[in-house]
Write a protein that binds this ligand. Structure first.
Ligand code: DAK
Length: 258
């Protein structure tokens, strides 16, 4: 399907979604969020896709929600339509691995979407921030919660209260991003990681993601119990048999996602 605000390309079992409103630095307008939600809903159901990369342009991953669109919103419209809830859920509840490949600005809603992904690979020109306070609001799709969990209270407070940006080095130091690469290597690095993930057993990768995500919702004891139960269940899969047989037989594993 053709989208107006996204470029969606598939290479093997990896799908890349590129946010594509370059003139507005990929500001997240209603059309873009609707299209992103539709694309992810389809990909979640597509058995052939094992991993998704979400990216933007060299200058901006996304500079936040579309301020020009948002300017005239009234409280009751936002409340009744539960604005942004559906698309935010479609990213945060996406069940397969999803990598954010971030170059340039990831601000406001842009930083929040990147944080909803499973991990962030940043180009050396990436800049992260929650500048909503400069607009007389605060982060509204998980920024206060996910940023605090990712970088700790002190830096989350600093970023959300001053509205300042942090560069890629600071973001990596504080644990927001998993690695930094030169800008011209960003997509190749993200694709290598995505292919590696997509080459694993899809159900096992999904369960691994689900278990790590559960650690943010559960006590340690509950989380460890959840992990143990899912680990045990993996021994019902052909892929566990194949993975271990391949190791013993000194050959590459061929997972069948079963
Ligand atoms: N919205 C709309 N247009 C934007 C935009 C944005 N967020 N960011 C940039 N643009 C547009 C600019 O207006 C400009 O358009 P023209 O004037 O050329 O028509 C074009 O993109 C290029 O931008 P600049 O000329 O400003 O480019 P610079 O390189 O000089 O500066 C910048 C880049 C990223 C530093 C600057 O553009 C900037 O500060 N942008 C705004 C960043 C920002 O404040 N982001 C946070 C947005 S608030 C909700 C939950 C959450 C939210 C909303 C609702 N609910 C639950 C309902 C989220 C809110 C946000 O994300």
């Amino acid at each position: 399907m053709a989208y107006k605000t996204l470029e969606v390309t598939t290479e093997g079992a990896v799908c890349t979604i590129k946010l594509n409103r370059p003139k507005a630095l990929n500001a997240l307008c209603a059309e873009l969020t609707q299209e992103l939600s539709e694309a992810l809903t389809k990909l979640d159901k597509d058995d052939k896709i094992g991993c998704v990369i979400l990216t933007g342009s060299d200058k901006a991953f996304a500079a936040g929600a579309d301020i020009k669109e948002m300017q005239s919103w009234e409280y009751l419209d936002i409340y009744k339509n539960d604005l942004f809830a559906k698309y935010a859920e479609s990213v945060a509840r996406f069940r397969k691995p999803i990598i954010a490949a971030v170059a340039g600005y990831a601000l406001g809603g842009g930083c929040e979407i990147a944080m909803m992904c499973d991990f962030i690979i940043a180009a050396d020109n990436a800049k992260f921030g929650q500048p909503e306070i400069n607009l007389g609001v605060m982060p509204g799709i998980g920024g206060t919660q996910r940023l605090a969990r990712a970088v700790g209270k002190s830096k989350a407070m600093d970023l959300c209260l001053t509205g300042r940006m942090m560069d890629a080095e600071e973001a990596e130091r504080s644990g927001l991003v998993s690695r930094i690469v030169p800008l011209d290597e960003l997509m190749e690095t993200a694709m290598d990681a995505a292919k590696k993930i997509a080459g694993q057993s899809q159900p096992i990768a999904m369960m691994t993601k689900e278990t790590i995500d559960a650690s943010f919702e559960m006590s340690l004891t509950q989380g460890i119990q959840f992990e143990r139960r899912l680990f045990q269940s993996m021994f019902t899969t052909n892929d566990q048999k194949e993975g271990m047989a391949a190791f013993v037989e000194k050959r590459a594993a061929h997972f069948k996602n079963k």
